[in-house]
Design a binder for this molecule. Sequence first.
Ligand code: ZN
Ligand code: ZN
Length: 215
Amino acid sequence: MLKLDSFVFNHFAENTYVIWDEASRECVIVDPGCSNDIEEDRLFGFIDSHQLKPLKVVDTHGHVDHVVGNNAVKRRYGIPVAAHPDVKPDFVQAKRQAVWLGFQPIGDIDLPDLDLQDDEEIKIGDSVLEVICTPGHARGSISLYAPVEGWVLTGDALFCRSIGRTDLPGGNFVELRESIRDRLFALPDDTEVYCGHGEQTTIGEEKDFNPYVAV
Ligand SMILES: [Zn+2]
Ligand SMILES: [Zn+2]
């Protein structure tokens, strides 16, 4: 079984997730938004004190609030970064985006080492996460679905009663609405939704109450 722990990092209150398999203690770090030593210590302290074995970083998309901690995690544990190939322009822009968005100056974010494709399975011990492509908020946005555990990480595609902004480069409202309606709303209604910002929700609640995409 997969377990999920979350951290709120940087001034965008971004949710970073550690997903780990209880039996093997293997883990992946999703969207490391740690932007200073204190936040890095919190994340690394959790991983180390739980004796987890990091396999890779997985990024839901390339906005700086989700990838600012990539290099630090990658170097500490010697692990690759995995993302959809369409994120590359945003990774290249992340250093500049950091300046616009009030982060401390950062260096270049390393391009992803591994490509993730739609429907690909990420193995963590004997458990799996499924990649679901959900573009519209950003190029190459993915969600990560744990079918056995019944939850999904949606990055900035779907929020509790809201959706991701679509005014940044690569954003497209119609595409985002299709991603949510066709892919995320196809999951069981009781699927718990863990978002890139803010509180969790369920697929059923968002179908009923989300003003942007309610069906
Ligand atoms: Zn974003
Ligand atoms: Zn974000």
